[in-house]
Design a protein around this ligand. Sequence first.
Ligand code: TNX
Length: 494
Amino acid sequence: MYARPIVPKPISLSARDGAFTLTENTPLHAPEALADLVRELLGPATGFRFAPGSGGIELDVIDDSTLGAEGYRLVVTPDGVRAAGTEAGLRWAVQTLRQLLPAEIFAGAAVPDANWEIPCVEIVDVPRYEWRGGLLDVARWCHPIEFVYKYVDLLALHKLNRLHLHLTDDQGWRFEVKRHPKLTEVGAWRTESNAGHAREGRFDATPHGGWYTQQELRDLVGYAARRGVSVMPEIDVPGHMQAAIAAYPWLGNNPDRQLGVRTSWGISQHILNVDDATVDFVSEVLDEVVDVFPFEYVHLGGDEVPPDEWLASEAARRRAEQAGLSRVDGLVGWWAGRLAAHLAKRGRHIGVWDELLDRNPPAGSLVFAWQDSSRVAAAQEAGFRVVAVPQEYAYLDWAESDSPSEPLAIRGTLPLSTAYGYQPGDVYGVQGQLWSEYLPTPDLVEYRAFPRLAAFAEIGWSAPEPRDLAEFTGRLSGHLRRLDALNVRYRPLD
Ligand code: TNX
């Protein structure tokens, strides 16, 4: 029996008799960055200062190979709380400690008269996968930066350690590029959107737009890092680039044609051309990207590239021939290779969507297998590190049920039980995906994300067996009180 429901479930947890109660005099002993985190997470609801001192909450950085890079031990006795692990592990210990407190600890302001009792317990906890991610699509709808912060908090609460930020797409460019300002001046704005009326096939005449400054993103990256979340930017090439081509028509295959930023969903036919100048342009963009995002991976997309414009282009056919490619669609791999070489000089690896598998991906690419589970296996057989995001399990933008009362969704149905039943096997990681075509507001993102992202967090962190849906939903109903306190508009359990 759990003293309180912990999500994701720890590898081992033994409940003990008794409890330790936080008071305004509870001292805190921890390295500075972790002490700051404890005060940030436990301070608002309790109103306590957690002054430096021993005998209350003690977090010790230790080197214990059995805990790996992110594991921790946490022991609560009637005398206090002691946790040990690497700095990264201790951040997760703090998240567990938070969940050992009553749900009011998640309130944003002081809760008078609360009893901050922590049941005695011994926990040893180590994550199953190294990459435990959440993709957020801020290209289709530019979610407010404050919401992206909240999303980072929610990832960290669930011990998810990667935010995959999909920054560019046909429908909008969200990353400030100082050298090429029209990417945001033009590419960040569209004249209409169809999120509200897609079922009727009508368009919504409201314009939409927005973008993030480099400084805003740098601040976000720092905030996320303090919570154990690394941010991977995605600049999706050579397809999904209509917003950039609208800004700089010479990047496209019909430079005399002025396109607009795409206003409907689906796949644009308009893709980047294969000129050296275009590769240089994207390389310059990436130089600014790596300056803002220190994480070792940059995702370069490579999904859904219709070859029609290249088939009609003399330059593309010549380029394919020079590169020894039998078909022009191999140029998707050529693009990835050119950019991977550029990023390698800056010490970065690339992420790619699994379409690249058939197009000679650069060695060392991290493959995000999305089309279905067979692509996870294919990427592994080809010898790549794989993050498993097969849509039938990981696409949290799908509706949770077939009920007509569900908010509009792009396609497919993905019940909580299906997400929780996913068995990714021996992969590098897993990630829940939130494409935002039909998620124009933070409330809708939250409705789709939760509780399924909590299920995904458990797949990423906890031991695979035994996985018992009823036991999980039991813990989840307690966990949802925390999301209530955080004002998360999750979908209620059925
Ligand atoms: C496919 S997943 C896409 C996205 C869409 C998503 C909608 C992937 C690499 N490409 O562009 O938003 O489906 O579910």
